[in-house]
Each structure stands twice: as structure tokens, then as C-alpha cells.
Design a protein around this ligand. Structure first.
Ligand SMILES: [Zn+2]
Length: 443
């Protein structure tokens, strides 16, 4: 089966930044077989006139369960916000996680996202199989998922931030992570599900769990993610407790490397930025969440110049109520320019972060992140023909500088998950209804 998208503007995001004003993309089974200018022929020919085709967006950081706890602690700092939300999250069960993840993933698909890294770190004792619920929701909506099996083993009585009933023992956290890897991690290059190891953050995790998770991940060949250098509160706590910054702490416990991508990475000294670049440590930049919690503006320009992979993340919907990835392209551009001036980031660099940069963070630059022959057919077809963008000169500028355009089509491995602005893999109103009752039950 040969499917052709014709007559569209195309931003391939390949190494040369190749673009076509009027071109085609040809898909056979799950892969792209040709990209070029002019029209091509196939078994199915889709007229994408007035559209921009880009690689599917890659979300490098999320907490899908939080879709059920939006709108709380609206004016709080991160630590205040966590302390208000932890007791609610303590009542999470697999059914609520499934409903929240389905809704969050549907929203992501409807904003051009085809691959999602979800960091799940709440495992209440009576909560059922949280990882299975996430895997099932990803299959339902049809996106690729990198499930970061998170963990916390340091409650209030051990000097941590979360309540004691929300943390696991170190042994249980490592065992649960290993079980998730054994049950679900797919190392093949067209994988729909991968697992990563993810102790939550320095203020909720013991050093033993940090080093144990790194050892486990490297033994199993999976990647590592934690929250790092998100707030100044975190930095002060780290300095007081360990006598070093969060980035220095990460270095000390073996957590800088090409198999690691860090959520946030806002408060990094120049030496830490250089270490990220030298070690290939990735950063999941979450501009809307950082703005919502007023944590600061990440040094994205410096990280890019140092050669570190930088991807974009929505972060959990409890600190980014919109939960869409398209607008992170826009927010990333605005924040980089507010920090570094008008030349700090180009619109095409913002698109690169949301696609290839994210693929690099997840170790999938060989099969995702750009539109090139041989790559998996994960793509977004943005409709620029309506009132929002009709007649606009630069289609990439439309996508990055303006509101997220509607989507004519979103494909994952050549399978359609969104068409003409509507989810095709599940009924949106059913997903929304399940979410509403899950959120009510949780609160
Ligand atoms: Zn997060």
C-alpha cells in the first residue's frame, strides 16, 4: 500500500533543513519511502494543498495522570503546589490513570504529537497496575509511548517532600522498575512502547535509589530521566544537604550521560551546561510549565551551543492545563528570546527541538524526528488554509509564531490517528466523559 500526500509545504527537519514549498511525501506500510518537490503517484493520493507537513512532534516530558488534577494550586510555587497535590495523588488508581492518560494522549495527538514520554512516579499501595494502564491508554490512542517508571523513596520522615504513604521502599521501587522493563520494553526500532527508569527528583529520592536506578537501566539497556534544576528552592536544598548544585549531584551519582535526559534543566551554571554538552545529556525543556510555576527560563541557547540534545515537553497537566504540544514550540521561542534577545532562537530551531531534538533525547534519532526515506511515517499535516493562516508567507513561522493550527492528518507508523481535526482512534466525547468522572472520583 503506497499512500501519497501531495501539494503541501514540507519541513523535513533533516540535517540540511530541507524544505519544499510544494511537495510530496510517499509512505509504504509504516515507513516514509520518498520526500520531494512536485506530485507523486500512489494507491491512495491525498491532496494536502494549503497544508504544512512536519515530522510528528515528540513530547519528552509529561505526567499523564495529572490530567485528572488540573486547576489546583493555581498560584503556588512548585513546592507548595506539590504539597497540596500529593495527598490527592495518593488516592490514584489504575482506572483513574487510564482515563487521565487516554484524555491527555488524545489532546496531544490533536496537537500534532506522535511520541510521548510519560514520567509516572505515583504508585499508591492499593492503586493497581499503573504501568499497564498507561500502556493500554497509549495503544488505545495510537501514539508511541516512552513510559518512565518513576519512583520516590524519601518521604517527610526521611527529610523528603512527599508524605510517607506516597513513597515506596528503595527495593520496591527498583523491583517495580525492573518488572516494567521486563514486561513492556521493546528495543526494536519501530517500537510503540519503551520503558525508562526515573527516580523522581533529588528532593524525593535517596542517593541509593539514584545509583541503583542508573545501574539497573544500564544493565537493561534502557534510558534514564529525572527532574533536575527546576527551581531555586531545589538548588538551595541540594546545596544545604549535599554541598553541591543539583547538576553536580547528578554528575556525582552517575547521572550525566548520553542515555539520560533531564526534565527542566532551568538552573544550570555555565559549567553544568558544558557538562551536559560534553556528556550528551539531554534536556526536556518545558516552557509553559516553567512559566506557570514561575521557576525561571532554561538556558536553551547555551545548551544547544554546547551540543546537548534539547527536546520540548508539556510536563504534567497540573502545571500546564492546556496539555498541548504545538504551543510549546511557540512558548519555547518566546522564552528563549526573553532570556537571550531576538536572535536567541529561530523559528526553525524551535521546530527542530519539538521534533528531532526530542527524538535525540529519547535515543530515536535514527528512526523518528525527521521526514526522510527509511524513517517511520510519524507525521503531522497542519491545515494552514483557514482563517488563521490563509495567505501567510512562511508556513513554519505560522506553526511556531502563532496559535497551533488545526490538523488535517496525524499519522503514527503510517496509521491515521487524527483526520480532519478529529481523533480517529477513540471517541473524544467518551474519553472526556471518562475523564470527568475519574477527576470527580479522585477529588
Ligand atoms: Zn515533571
Amino acid at each position: 500500500m503506497r499512500t501519497v500526500l501531495n501539494n503541501a509545504a514540507i519541513a523535513t527537519v533533516d540535517a540540511e533543513g530541507t524544505e519544499y514549498r510544494d511537495g510530496h511525501v510517499v509512505i509504504e506500510d509504516e515507513r516514509i519511502v520518498a520526500v520531494g518537490s512536485g506530485a507523486a503517484t500512489g494507491d491512495v493520493e491525498i491532496d494536502a494543498r494549503g497544508c504544512l507537513i512536519t515530522p510528528g512532534l515528540v513530547n519528552t516530558h509529561h505526567h499523564l495522570y495529572q490530567w485528572a488534577t488540573r486547576g489546583l494550586a493555581a498560584d503556588s510555587t512548585l513546592f507548595q503546589w506539590l504539597v497540596e497535590l500529593y495527598p490527592i495523588w495518593g488516592r490514584l488508581d489504575a482506572r483513574i490513570t487510564h482515563a487521565a492518560a487516554s484524555a491527555g494522549l488524545a489532546r496531544l495527538a490533536l496537537t500534532g504529537c506522535t511520541t510521548v514520554a510519560d514520567h509516572h512516579y505515583v504508585f499508591p499501595r492499593e492503586g493497581g497496575d499503573q504501568v499497564a494502564a498507561l500502556v493500554e491508554a497509549a495503544g488505545r490512542i495510537g501514539v508511541r509511548a516512552h513510559i518512565v517508571r518513576g519512583s520516590m523513596d524519601r518521604g517527610v520522615s526521611d527529610g523528603g517532600l512527599p508524605p510517607d504513604n506516597l513513597v515506596e521502599t528503595t527495593e520496591a521501587a527498583l523491583l517495580g522498575t525492573e518488572q516494567a522493563i521486563d514486561a513492556y520494553h521493546d528495543a526494536s526500532e519501530n517500537a510503540r512502547i519503551r520503558i525508562a527508569a526515573g527516580p523522581c527528583s533529588p528532593f524525593s529520592v535517596t542517593e541509593k535509589l539514584m545509583t541503583g536506578a542508573a545501574e539497573l537501566a544500564r544493565r537493561k539497556g534502557v534510558r534514564l530521566q529525572t527532574h533536575l534544576a527546576e527551581t531555586l528552592d531545589e538548588e538551595q536544598q541540594c546545596l544545604a544537604e549535599f554541598g553541591c548544585t543539583p547538576a553536580e549531584y547528578a554528575d556525582k551519582v552517575g547521572w550525566l550521560g548520553a542515555d539520560v535526559w533531564m526534565a527542566h534543566s532551568v538552573h544550570l551554571a555555565p559549567a553544568a551546561v558544558r557538562r551536559f554538552g560534553a556528556t550528551g545529556t539531554g534536556a526536556a525543556h518545558c516552557p509553559t510549565s516553567n512559566g506557570r510555576l514561575g521557576t525561571g527560563i532554561a538556558p536553551v541557547r547555551d545548551l544547544l551551543d554546547a551540543g546537548a540534545p534539547v527536546g520540548l515537553g508539556v510536563d504534567g497537566a497540573a502545571s500546564n492545563e492546556s496539555g498541548g504540544l504545538g504551543e510549546e514550540l511557540h512558548q519555547a521561542l518566546l522564552q528563549a528570546r526573553q532570556r537571550g534577545g531576538p536572535t536567541a532562537l529561530t523559528v526553525r530551531e524551535a521546530l527542530h527541538m519539538g521534533t528531532m531534538g526530542g527524538a535525540r533525547c529519547l535515543g530515536r534519532e535514527g528512526e523518528l524526528g525527521s521526514l526522510e526515506p527509511g524513517k517511520l511515517a510519524d507525521l503531522a499535516v497542519w491545515d494552514l488554509g483557514g482563517l488563521l493562516y490563509a495567505g501567510i508567507e512562511d508556513p513554519v513561522a505560522a506553526l511556531v509564531l502563532g496559535a497551533t493550527p488545526p490538523l488535517k492528518l496525524v499519522m503514527v507508523g503510517g496509521e491515521t490517528i487524527v483526520a480532519e481535526g478529529e481523533l480517529r482512534t477513540a471517541d473524544e466525547s467518551v474519553v472526556a466523559g471518562e475523564l470527568a468522572s475519574a477527576a470527580r472520583r479522585l477529588r
